[in-house]
Design a protein around this ligand. Sequence first.
Ligand SMILES: *[C@@H]1O[C@H](CO)[C@@H](O)[C@H](O)[C@H]1NC(C)=O
Ligand SMILES: *[C@@H]1O[C@H](CO)[C@@H](O)[C@H](O)[C@H]1NC(C)=O
Ligand SMILES: *[C@@H]1O[C@H](CO)[C@@H](O)[C@H](O)[C@H]1NC(C)=O
Ligand SMILES: *[C@@H]1O[C@H](CO)[C@@H](O)[C@H](O)[C@H]1NC(C)=O
Ligand SMILES: *[C@@H]1O[C@H](CO)[C@@H](O)[C@H](O)[C@H]1NC(C)=O
Length: 409
Amino acid sequence: MKSQFFSLALASLFGSHAIAQSQLTDIRDLRVVRNGSVLMLDNKPWKAVGANVYWLGLDENVTPPPGSPYYAPLHASYPSPGRITQIMSIINAMGGTMIRSHTLGVSVGNPLSLWPSPNQTNPEAFTPIDWAVYQARVYGLRLMVPLVDNFDYYHGGKYTFLRWAGFNLSRSGDERNPQVQEFYNNPKVVDLFKRYIESLLTHRNPYTNLTYAEDPTIFAIETGNELCGPVWGDMDVPTEWVRDIGRFVKGLAPGKLFVDGTYGVNRTHFGVEEVDIFSNHYYPVSTTKLQRDLEALASVDKPYFAGEYGWLGNAATADASLPAWYREIERNPKVMGDTFWSLFGHNVPDCNTFVEHNDGFTMQYGNPAHAAQIRIIRQHFVKMSQDLSISADAELPQVPCPAPTSLTP
Ligand SMILES: *[C@@H]1O[C@H](CO)[C@@H](O)[C@H](O)[C@H]1NC(C)=O
Ligand SMILES: *[C@@H]1O[C@H](CO)[C@@H](O)[C@H](O)[C@H]1NC(C)=O
Ligand SMILES: *[C@@H]1O[C@H](CO)[C@@H](O)[C@H](O)[C@H]1NC(C)=O
Ligand SMILES: *[C@@H]1O[C@H](CO)[C@@H](O)[C@H](O)[C@H]1NC(C)=O
Ligand SMILES: *[C@@H]1O[C@H](CO)[C@@H](O)[C@H](O)[C@H]1NC(C)=O
């Protein structure tokens, strides 16, 4: 399904040639749609398999060259175009079909954000997002985009909106404060959040001349990342809020699939018609927890997505937990896919240095230390996508650095 690339001349990246090409009938212009518990693309079942690449819109892992935009207090900078393109090339080489990326949607509260302050759009912050959406399209990949984060990381999240509305709350100190529910319940906060969503989805990408709402590359919008109430894991995300945000998103972007980003499967959300996909995260991978989630969802004719999972086993030895996890996913047709946590590449244009992230889950394609695990992941992706063009047992293909920004058949 990823084989139908059209020639996009390098010189035309900013010009009309790319736009004309994108108007051809092309699988990339077709939407991923839901039929009951199955996602479909081009009238065939489609699986969403890939990686979390949380930094595509805004990064925290690299000190950029002098003179580049940089917000030192949060170590925030824009990823280079070459880093973004290399990730698309890697997912392609791994047989993946999509990426889940927090900062394509969550970017509030610092000078480099889409919204540094309430109602204030920063046009510069759209550039890496535009590029990521365009490059995903070039490589035939799809994107799942969360709108807010439960935490208070460099890219902002629910606490940013709360502070903007006058609630002086932060994750350190207030995580268990019942007032955090004002994010969902306070009309002023909800309205500001909707204005933000609107500014994101109505933005027109100059590389494609499509708004994010229009572009089928973004196939799914997720309420948020790991949303909770005041108690960790309480899944206390008001049903009415999920419905309200779902209606708002689908009003602006009728073609998108809508993901319930509650941290866990909350049965009270099953009645929300606007939700297309339920999901959960797994640290560590757990087939027991996955089975529990799928049992909870058994009565609902909607698909399930394992949005994050961390694995610290040793692929070089006999640790079988990752293959067992994948077998469970592969055997249940209700699971529409999964995205592992989390993928990095080189610090392009420096092709000799990998970007490091400090959470212990960094996966670097091309790093010999990660190759055995990446091979297992790749076999799983190919099983899920049934991409016959990939021989999953072969050696991992080289991904060029820098990777091409356009592809010819
Ligand atoms: C949707 O799924 C049902 C069975 O679940 C099938 O009968 C029907 O043909 C499917 N529709 C499309 C458009 O694929
Ligand atoms: C943001 O803009 C909306 C709509 O114009 C307005 O109602 C609201 O008061 C503004 N909020 C802030 C915090 O500036
Ligand atoms: C917000 O709360 C912090 C810590 O609780 C406090 O130090 C600070 O002064 C407060 N800021 C405002 C504007 O009330
Ligand atoms: C971009 O799309 C808009 C809205 O569909 C259209 O009016 C405009 O002519 C397009 N621009 C180009 C360069 O094709
Ligand atoms: C699920 O959501 C409902 C409605 O918002 C909430 O009352 C409940 O605490 C949540 N958690 C569980 C486990 O149902």
